[in-house]
Design a protein around this ligand. Structure first.
Ligand code: LMR
Length: 394
């Protein structure tokens, strides 16, 4: 049977990660996969995570199964973090998932179960795995305009025009904050206009929020999701703790299904638990327990939020440094957008050929669509990158 297998397309982000590992150059710069690195180039375990793990290790007396939805306290803590009090808790069904990707996958499966004809509108560009998973599940995706290659900001008119083509029941996938890969984000009045359009046309929003706290702050980054979730009849939210808790390998995510219908929550909750059972049975617990321990303890939560804020400010500082260095080298403000973008990524907006050239000639690793992981930079690599960008003629 195995002779029937065909090679599957490589994920371009993960393929780049491997190429970087295989490159013997000492001064290579990894701006590929979305992982935060501090000034020393290390992805640290956050202080509050270490402390929470210590507490769990001391107090935990069993590793017996939790529930199919994971520990309900985890869902409560995450719902509070993401939605605050914007939506009543009894309107929300939620399950723990293996990472944000698990939440996305389960969300798509839920859509396919409930509405097999629904198409999923995805931003152009989006995280490549969104489109890949949809294709794998046999679901139709439709790209909507999102990024203006001239201004490197959101092409909001294009976005709205394309979303007006969606049929009632179609799904609109939105990035809650820190758009991946562009770094260009909706402002609150644009979120409101999207929510209004969703309501007018009977669309279902699905929000992927994987970088809360990396853009403008924990509450600020959730404002769009809160606005949409509180003003539409139905909505899905897929969240990741990989980045903001720095627990990438623990695979810690959450999928929420929100409905204003009085009886929907119970059925949604059972269906989400059923989907977990079919796909992997019980979701991983360790990362979720760490997150719950942090979010429910005032001192740990304060310390976590402080460290996260330091990470956010360090990324903003790197953005300023890079935009400043490029301004110095080019004598123009052409790269000013780097300081305006938010989150881990910025789309440089150049060709795959020039991206390749920067890799070959300068050891700069960025995704072929010219996505930079700002969090992979440090004071030493900023001038190297700026010079590579200018030398390549971007
Ligand atoms: C990224 O976009 O680099 C991250 O979300 C990591 C991944 O799984 O692709």
């Amino acid at each position: 049977m195995f002779e029937n297998l065909k090679p599957q397309p490589a994920d371009k982000i993960l393929a780049l990660m491997q190429m970087y590992r295989d490159d013997p150059r000492q001064d290579k710069v990894d701006l590929g996969v979305g992982v935060y690195k501090n000034a020393e180039g290390v992805t640290p375990v956050m202080r509050a995570v270490k402390a929470a793990e210590h507490r769990i290790w001391e107090a935990q007396t069993t590793k017996a199964y939790t529930g199919l939805a994971g520990d309900p306290a985890y869902a409560d803590a995450m719902i509070d973090l993401i939605l605050g009090s914007s939506v009543e808790r009894d309107k929300i069904a939620a399950v723990a998932t293996p990472g944000g990707t698990g939440a996305i996958r389960q969300g798509f499966e839920l859509i396919r179960m409930a509405s097999p004809e629904a198409r999923v509108f995805v931003s152009d560009p989006t995280w490549p795995n969104h489109v890949s998973i949809l294709k794998y599940l046999g679901m139709e995706s439709v790209a909507y305009r999102y990024f203006d290659p001239e201004t490197r900001a959101v092409d909001f008119d294009g976005m709205m025009a394309d979303l007006k083509e969606a049929r009632p029941g179609d799904v609109v996938l939105l990035h809650g904050c820190c758009h991946n890969p562009t770094g260009a984000n909706l402002n609150l009045s644009q979120w409101q206009a999207v929510a209004d359009l969703v309501n007018e046309r009977g669309l279902i929003p699905m929000i992927d929020i994987a970088y809360q706290g990396f853009g403008d702050g924990l509450d600020e980054d959730a404002a769009g999701a809160r606005l949409v979730a509180s003003s539409v009849p139905e909505c899905l939210i897929a969240a990741s703790c990989s980045k903001n808790f720095g627990i990438y390998r623990e695979r810690t995510g959450l999928l929420m299904a929100l409905s204003q219908q009085p009886d929907a929550q119970a059925l949604n909750q059972k269906t989400l638990a059923f989907l977990n059972r079919q796909n992997y049975s019980f979701p991983p617990d360790h990362g979720a327990r760490v997150v719950t321990t942090i979010l429910t303890d005032e001192a740990l939560r304060t310390d976590w939020a402080r460290e996260l804020e330091d990470v956010r400010l360090a990324m903003l500082d790197l953005r300023q440094q890079l935009a400043g260095e490029l301004q110095r080298l080019t004598g123009s403000d052409r790269f000013g957008f780097i300081a305006e973008h938010r989150g881990m990524f910025s789309l440089l907006g150049t060709t795959p050929e020039l991206v390749e050239r920067m890799r070959v000639e300068h050891g700069i690793y960025m995704v072929g669509d010219s996505r930079l992981n700002i969090a992979g930079l440090n004071a030493q690599s900023v001038p190297i990158l700026a010079k590579a960008i200018v030398d390549a003629g971007v």
